[in-house]
Design a binder for this molecule. Structure first.
Ligand SMILES: [Zn+2]
Length: 122
């Protein structure tokens, strides 16, 4: 368990760094767009927009992941790590080995995914 906690802490550090890097990039791009203006060649602008959207999606994914990691670390603090958030049953250790930030057991995860189908593409 202590090993998993270390992995989570490393993951947290990695995600935090990656997120701040992405945010800096986005801010730099915003500043660049402001000084340059938006009236330039259209195809170039379209490429920039796609890149920006990809960056934002990535940023969102990372911050969701960071939230999961933080939650898992919090569960370590309160002593519920390894237990499912919904049903309170122990999560399969093999699952935690693959995904230390897992907060739901396989059954609840599947149930949730089934309910969310159609509304959430992920
Ligand atoms: Zn469960």
């Amino acid at each position: 368990m202590e090993r998993l906690r270390r992995r989570l802490e490393e993951e947290k550090e990695r995600l935090t760094k990656e997120l701040s890097r992405l945010r800096e990039l986005r801010l730099a791009r915003d500043r660049w767009a402001e000084t340059r203006g938006y009236g330039d060649e259209r195809s170039e602008d379209a490429t920039k927009t796609v890149e920006l959207e990809k960056g934002l999606a990535l940023e969102e994914n990372l911050s969701n992941l960071l939230e999961e990691v933080n939650h898992a670390l919090y569960k370590f603090e309160v002593g519920t790590y390894g237990l499912c958030d919904l049903c309170g049953q122990p999560i399969d250790p093999e699952r935690l080995e693959i995904l230390p930030q897992a907060n739901l057991c396989v059954a609840c995860k599947a149930h949730k995914a089934k309910n969310a189908r159609g509304r959430h593409p992920r």
